[in-house]
Design a protein around this ligand. Structure first.
Ligand code: BGC
Length: 296
């Protein structure tokens, strides 16, 4: 037939089947953030933000693999709390900067719980020093845990999501959340290794999101500001330190680990389906350049 004479044939329309793709279920209040039946792994979950994220995922219905590097007691407490919520949970030791540790941790997670749906690349540390005094060891330690560790965990996550294939527990094949920092955007004198690692996390996250979207793997970041955790005790434990910190936080309070945990639950849930490659800043406005109020 002459295509020009038949308008319906003139358009190279895709077959109808490719237009029908899995959609999230309707947004009932209970369902919005439920993670029931899903399995999550949180690196660096024995304290601080990781601990809060692990517990919040558990409260939302997920079983949780609680990774720790050295604080087995802290991780054990998190597991006990998850059990009390009725969740399955195990603590697994792994230094995320070491490939063999990460591979063994994911193998253990899959052998215990069958698969993983959510991986939160959270483990991070600081080794602060002025640039001219920063040792190569300080540099390598921070880049190793904060950046290489996220690459190793994300790579293992993708391999497991693809091995499993789709199931009925989420419309996405898998979800990866990269814990970044306001210092993916704000330069930070005296912390060149940390700022470089978080700048790297930002483009690692965006590149993974771009590469994996077609496979229905969502990759997002969270950029916390000043959150009350052991990593930054010096910034909030005296009144003077708190006052100086508050000059940087328009919202007028320090962040709590649960502020970050709520964001992680949402990003992990199908309520955030169609959100990928995004960084959610949870910083009380720290990245709004409060120093410019009344100046400039
Ligand atoms: C750092 C904290 C710091 C905060 C705001 C975080 O990423 O780990 O030490 O207080 O950024 O500067």
């Amino acid at each position: 037939m002459d295509h020009a004479a038949d308008p319906s044939a003139a358009v190279d329309a895709p077959p109808a089947s490719t237009l029908i793709t899995p959609q999230p279920r309707p947004l009932t209040p209970e369902w919005l953030t439920t993670l029931a039946g899903q399995v999550a792994l949180v690196s660096g979950a024995s304290s601080g933000i990781g601990r809060a994220v692990a517990l919040a995922l558990g409260r939302s219905g997920a079983d949780v693999v609680v990774n720790f590097a050295s604080d087995s007691q802290g991780a054990g407490h998190v597991v006990t709390e998850l059990h009390a919520l009725g969740r399955r949970a195990i603590a697994v030791q792994a230094d995320v900067s070491r490939e063999a540790d990460v591979e063994a941790m994911f193998a253990r997670a899959v052998s215990e719980f069958g698969t993983l749906h959510i991986v939160v690349c959270n483990a991070g540390l600081q080794r602060d020093a002025p640039l001219e005094q920063m040792t190569l060891e300080q540099w390598n330690t921070v880049i190793g845990v904060n950046l290489t560790g996220q690459f190793l965990c994300a790579r293992a996550a993708v391999r497991e999501f693809k091995r499993r294939g789709f199931d009925d527990r989420s419309v996405a094949l898998g979800k990866i959340i990269c814990m970044s920092s306001v210092h993916q955007r704000i330069p930070w004198a005296g912390h060149a290794n940390y700022a470089a690692s978080k700048g790297g996390v930002m483009l690692l996250m965006q590149t993974m999101a771009q590469e994996l979207a077609a496979q229905r793997i969502r990759v997002n970041g969270i950029a916390p500001g000043a959150i009350r955790t052991p990593i930054n005790t010096a910034a909030w434990h005296t009144r003077q330190a708190r006052d100086e910190l508050m000059a940087l936080v328009p919202y007028g309070r320090i962040g709590e680990p649960d502020d970050v945990a709520r964001a992680a639950v949402w990003l992990a849930s199908d309520a955030a389906d169609y959100v990928t490659g995004a960084t959610l800043f949870v910083d009380g406005g720290m990245t709004l350049y409060p120093g410019f109020v009344g100046r400039g």
